[in-house]
Design a protein around this ligand. Sequence first.
Ligand code: X2X
Length: 345
Amino acid sequence: MKPRRTLLTLACAAAALSLGAALPASAQNYKSEYRMSLVVGTAFPWGKGGEIWANKVREKTGGRINIKLYPGVSLIQGDQTREFSALRQGVIDMAVGSTINWSPQVKALNLFSLPFLMPDYAAIDALTQGQVGQQIFATLDKAGVVPLAWGENGYRELSNSKHVVRTPADLKGLKIRVVGSPLFLDTFTALGANPTQMSWADAQPAFASGAVDGQENPMSIFTAAKLHTVGQKYLTLWGYVADPLVFVVNKDVWNAWTPADREAVRQAAVEAGKEQIAIARKGLIEPGQPLLKDIAGQGVTITQLSPAERDAFIQATRPTYDKWKGQIGTDLVNMAEKAIAARKK
Ligand code: X2X
């Protein structure tokens, strides 16, 4: 490089520096766009929650924080179990993520995937809105992200293309797609099924081709992804686990914002989380559960289990529950069990 050029470059750098120093703190270090990761888009309650959050943030920060949605976990090529690491590393700025997808990195998040821990919505709320939720947020914070609010994917019900499932024996030999943690492999193995782990992106073509027989996902995912069109004709309502969603921000991104903007982003997340949970439960908590009527109307056979039938699934997965209780942390699981027993129904 010629000396003249070097001088010019130096002069430019100095000018840029003094300009930076002259900017108000609120505009320094801000990116022109923040990348929000989501597994599914705005046709799903989950993606809708991300959109609501982004809109509220834009409003509350006067456009200083501008968020773009990346559904399909496209920032990490669809590999949803890498989302948490990517968040920590700053490949992703913020996310509304499922506890299931982050559980390979954060053991405590397997709590929500313990089979038959949470019998009803009040039980989910007792965990996320109470001491357990606070403890999990402290764990997430220690793991390197800033957790702000809870959302909900929902109760994960079982579907398959082969036949009605009413007993664990009916699952024998069925190839079931699962995601995330090895806990899911253990649960479905205990039930006599043949579980196989794959991403949501890979799962849908696998249903269509018949490479796998079944899966488990919330009803809102089932309908928005139109799983009845890829052979998923038999649905069993067993409510064995539910995955909450967590609204989080990367730590460096968070630290670069002014305290007032951080508060605005937190408030937006809390409001969006509440709205998102209401959308996720829509059609499932009203009398007659209209969402289930829609699904039945699409030619899906829906099986409701009697308490005794459900109990057979609980018994079959009890050893898995006990094994994972230790791995998740006996104290945390005990705290969760107590909170659920004391819940207001
Ligand atoms: O992959 C799934 O099953 C989904 C969409 O529910 C999650 O991301 C956990």
